[in-house]
Design a protein around this ligand. Structure first.
Ligand SMILES: *[C@@H]1O[C@H](CO)[C@@H](O)[C@H](O)[C@H]1NC(C)=O
Ligand SMILES: *[C@@H]1O[C@H](CO)[C@@H](O)[C@H](O)[C@H]1NC(C)=O
Ligand SMILES: *[C@@H]1O[C@H](CO)[C@@H](O)[C@H](O)[C@H]1NC(C)=O
Ligand SMILES: *[C@@H]1O[C@H](CO)[C@@H](O)[C@H](O)[C@H]1NC(C)=O
Length: 243
């Protein structure tokens, strides 16, 4: 009898110890402190010093941070790493005016959040943040399996990996700088007809439709915790009854 009681006490002690341990676990990863900061995200990823510098001198990093704070649509950013910039033909960046540098960087930004799976069903052409008209700076996205390519009409880039995603902002590394046709294409034939407003509208609505959202992050950690609590509770009842 004495033996039974002491082993029951040991059992309860062990259960209590386990339970405090489980309950002490944080329920979920803590939210990042403060507003989203694109510079910080790129700094942390490393290898994006040129992009960070261009975003700073064009003040686009402030614009991005402000937009993330103000709008619900979110943003998607294609981020070329330093080696993508260094493999540009020399003088490419220097040949651009300040205004064109702004357009080049804005061309890498889509004014809505696009998850990796949403690329599969996106409608082309995709509107970017560059220019004031959807017709001037379009991108086309093509996919094959998990591979996602982005074409500008001048070059084709491949999405290499996801640097950051939080369901509001997605940052994807691309292996090339996206060169807009309207800055780097062959000089357009003079007097190209302006698109009719009807056509413009159609394109805009196609580009504005970002697909089904099914990217709710799974809550594995909190599921585990609930499970752990149930086990603790059950064990405590069992121990009480046993005594
Ligand atoms: C964003 O992060 C950079 C570098 O970490 C910092 O210099 C800058 O002040 C931050 N911006 C804001 C708005 O917090
Ligand atoms: C974010 O938005 C709120 C409300 O619109 C504003 O008060 C705040 O100053 C903004 N923060 C930043 C960092 O822009
Ligand atoms: C993406 O680009 C790569 C390299 O240019 C090419 O081999 C591949 O076929 C392209 N895939 C798609 C889906 O366009
Ligand atoms: C994008 O695709 C459309 C057809 O869907 C095509 O007409 C257009 O030329 C393409 N643009 C680029 C930049 O590749």
């Amino acid at each position: 009898m004495r033996n039974q009681i002491s082993s029951a006490l040991v059992f309860i002690a062990v259960v209590l110890f386990q339970c405090t341990d489980i309950l002490a676990q944080p329920a979920a990863a803590p939210a990042p402190a403060g507003p989203t900061n694109i510079t910080k995200i790129l700094e942390k990823a490393g290898q994006f010093t040129t992009l960070i510098r261009l975003m700073r001198i064009t003040q686009i990093s402030d614009q991005i941070n402000g937009q993330l704070n103000d709008t619900n649509n979110g943003l998607t950013i294609f981020a070329p790493a330093d080696n993508a910039f260094s493999s540009l033909k020399s003088g490419t960046l220097n040949s651009l005016t300040d205004q064109q540098k702004v357009q080049l960087i804005q061309f890498h930004i889509i004014p809505s959040f696009i998850s990796a799976t949403q690329f599969q069903t996106i409608s082309n052409p995709v509107r970017t943040q560059a220019g004031d008209s959807s017709a001037r700076f379009p991108l086309n996205v093509t996919t094959s399996g998990n591979q996602v390519n982005v074409s500008t009409g001048v070059d084709d880039a491949t999405v290499a990996n996801t640097i950051y995603t939080d369901n509001q902002l997605a940052v994807y590394q691309v292996d090339k700088v996206l060169l807009p046709l309207s800055l780097f294409g062959a000089p357009a034939p003079a007097l190209a007809p302006a698109p009719t407003s009807g056509e413009d509208k159609k394109k805009k609505s196609a580009a504005d439709t970002p697909t089904s959202g099914d990217d709710t992050p799974s809550s594995d950690a909190s599921g585990l915790r609930v499970h752990g609590m149930a086990v603790c509770f059950g064990a405590a009842i069992f121990a009480t009854v046993w005594l």
